[in-house]
Design a protein around this ligand. Structure first.
Ligand code: HEC
Ligand code: HEC
Length: 81
């Protein structure tokens, strides 16, 4: 009886570990607002991403280096804008 309890326990631990592990790999690094609907390889971008100097500067900063969000475009992209 003791054995089966510990088997159940370790199963539960393994399941929890698996769950947390999956969450970590599928969760993006940041917690973007719901209007960031364009998925680019798992990172959510706001629509209009091809004109960032028009559409993104209000939050990500005039230089796109983070602004009020603290998320710089250039941490993932080269300095292309
Ligand atoms: C109204 C404010 C606002 C605007 C405008 C905005 N963003 Fe964001 N963005 C945020 C916030 C807030 C976060 C999350 C910051 C955090 O989690 O620390 C974020 C996060 C992100 C992330 C990281 C997402 C991830 O999954 O890791 C990307 C990429 C991004 N924004 C792209 C864009 C692009 C591209 C534009 C312009 C087309 C844009 N954002 C315009 C507020 C904005
Ligand atoms: C946390 C990482 C991350 C951040 C921050 C981020 N991006 Fe991206 N972005 C990606 C990935 C990954 C892709 C898809 C692969 C690629 O094309 O480089 C992508 C693709 C794009 C694309 C389409 C493909 C291309 O390269 O033209 C645009 C445009 C873009 N991002 C703009 C932005 C802008 C503007 C910001 C800042 C507001 C930003 N990204 C911030 C990760 C990020």
């Amino acid at each position: 009886m003791k054995i089966s309890v510990s088997v159940k326990l370790s199963l539960a631990v393994a399941l929890v570990a698996l769950f947390i592990g999956c969450e970590n790999t599928s969760d993006p690094k940041y917690n973007p607002p719901a209007d960031h609907t364009i998925n680019q390889s798992g990172y959510m971008h706001k629509s209009g991403l091809n004109q960032p100097l028009t559409n993104c500067v209000s939050c990500h900063g005039a230089d796109l280096k983070g602004g009020s969000t603290g998320v710089s475009c250039f941490e993932c992209h080269g300095t292309k804008w």
